[in-house]
Design a protein around this ligand. Sequence first.
Ligand code: CUA
Length: 153
Amino acid sequence: MHLDEKIWLFLSFGMIMGFMIFTGYQAVALGMGPPSHKETIDPQKVDETAPFDEPGIKQIAENEYEVVMTLQVFSFTPMEIEVPAGSTVHFTLTSKDVVHGFQVANTNLNAMVMPGHIQKISQKFDEPGEYLVLCNEYCGAGHQAMSTKIIVK
Ligand code: CUA
């Protein structure tokens, strides 16, 4: 093998190692991964664990609501949510069984809801109307039917 071949081999190998170390360092040091899903929960004990022992909607300030919701095959609890137009709604979500999706039509709301994790997202609802909530992760035979709605008045 020529010396210049060895030099190039060494350089390319060094570059690969460098990139690997750099990305590995980022993954560990910066805590890569979704910013949510940091809070965990025992998926077997959702019904007994606050705040999911009382799923529902609660007003927390003027024009601000908190919705505690569980997702399970093949429904959302609570079934219907109603808020006045102009409200900001903070959703706290978890799954009682498999991975579900939480997508609200005509908004940017779109989250993956995994068993064992608590998902938190917020949305301001300015336009009155009925917002369709859909599960967008395949979760079994009843996946197509898994939906609910948010009513903004
Ligand atoms: Cu739940 Cu698809």
